[in-house]
Design a protein around this ligand. Structure first.
Ligand code: 1HN
Length: 356
């Protein structure tokens, strides 16, 4: 039985119900029945914390390679669907994630769209993504950007399966009802610059003096793991660990100093062996990809905590405002992406460290 409206000091439940019926005929509704649901005291997320073990999902991804070609599929991807958001292609409330397979000799044809995409390479070598005609060959641990509305296609010149994580801001762009796409017509957008051109141009702490600062997205679309890892290895020597993060670095747009992408924040994080973080919570919704090492994330508190045990190539989702602790059994490196940059631009982002 559905309970009708409770009585107020002025009217009975029946009077209110009659009133709601009458205004309902005019597409009107009483805010006072829903205001506390609309604006709760703490952020409410639909998604739940979840771990996708690579070992368990990899066979299905490989099997998908025998069922459909990359070209037929346009993108051959198994979507990481949050268990609480099945059917919506959402890994957390605001983000999409999937694991993409490309086999030797295959192409994923050129297209462009308003959502922005990132790739984080999980296994394989000698596949490339081409962004607006510049090829980038990808290796495990590399972080690659496809800016919104940039032509992009993928190809594979190696001899073993290549798998990467795709992260997109699709739910955000969908919310704004601003999602649209175009196919190029040919498999590949014509190449016009040598591989590595953009990294040479913008990735050496210099910029061409004629370039503007106000580009929304980083002109560097490949951040190679060799460079990232080397930086972490050197900084690690100081043992300057943040109690919540260990050593957590954010990928930036070198022209503006802003986050590398306008809609998704991207991070690489090193946790020393034996590290246990302080409890931490933030309003951002985040997805992690384990590069090296193993450990756990305990989400929630005490007996009710969900403990997710991760190892290399595993992925896990931590929805906003979930209090969590990260633990590393051995030195670990985690890539992650979140909607922090969007929340910060809108003045919404909050964090809380420790028990408080
Ligand atoms: C897309 O264009 C790619 O280019 C991957 O590899 C995943 C998911 C939804 C919409 C477009 C890609 C995507 C996608």
């Amino acid at each position: 039985m559905t309970s009708g409206p409770a009585k107020t000091s002025k009217a009975s439940g029946a009077e209110l119900a009659g009133f709601y019926d009458r205004i309902g005929d005019h597409n009107l509704a009483p805010l006072w029945e829903v205001i506390h649901k609309l604006v709760a005291r703490t952020p409410v997320t639909k998604a739940v914390p979840h771990l996708w073990r690579y070992e368990a999902l990899r066979p299905y991804l490989i099997e998908s390679g025998s069922l459909i070609t990359a070209k037929e599929a346009e993108r051959r991807v198994l979507v990481l669907e949050n268990p609480a958001l099945r059917g919506l292609s959402q890994v957390v409330d605001t983000l999409y994630a999937g694991l993409q397979l490309i086999l030797p000799g295959e192409v994923a044809p050129a297209h462009r769209h308003t959502p922005s995409a990132l790739r984080f390479i999980i296994e394989g070598t000698q596949a490339f993504t081409a962004v607006d005609g510049e090829k980038t060959y990808m290796d495990p641990g590399d972080f690659v950007i496809t800016p919104n509305w940039a032509w992009h296609d993928h190809g594979h010149e190696g001899d073993a399966p290549m798998i990467w994580l795709d992260g997109l801001d699709l739910p955000i762009v969908h919310f704004l009802a601003a999602t649209f796409a175009e196919t190029y017509g040919d498999d590949q957008f014509p190449t016009n610059t040598p591989p590595g051109y953009t990294l040479a141009r913008y990735g050496n702490n210099m910029r061409p003096v004629t370039d503007k600062y106000d580009q929304l997205v980083s002109p560097i679309f490949s951040y190679p793991y060799t460079r990232t890892r080397e930086a972490l290895a050197l900084m690690e020597k100081t043992q300057d660990w943040d109690p919540a993060f260990g050593l957590k670095m954010e990928f930036l747009n070198p022209l503006s100093g802003a986050p590398a992408m306008p809609t998704m924040s991207t991070f690489m994080q090193l946790l020393p062996k034996g590290f246990t973080s302080m409890p931490y919570q933030a309003t951002e919704h985040a997805v992690y990809s384990v590069v090296e090492g193993s450990g756990r994330v305990a989400v929630g508190e005490g007996e009710a905590a969900t403990v997710l045990a991760w190892g290399p190539k595993d992925h896990f989702a931590i929805p906003g405002w979930c209090k969590h602790r990260l633990e590393a059994d051995e030195e670990a490196v985690l890539f992650s992406f979140s909607d922090q940059v969007v929340q910060q631009k809108l003045g919404l982002w909050r964090e809380r460290r420790g028990q408080g």
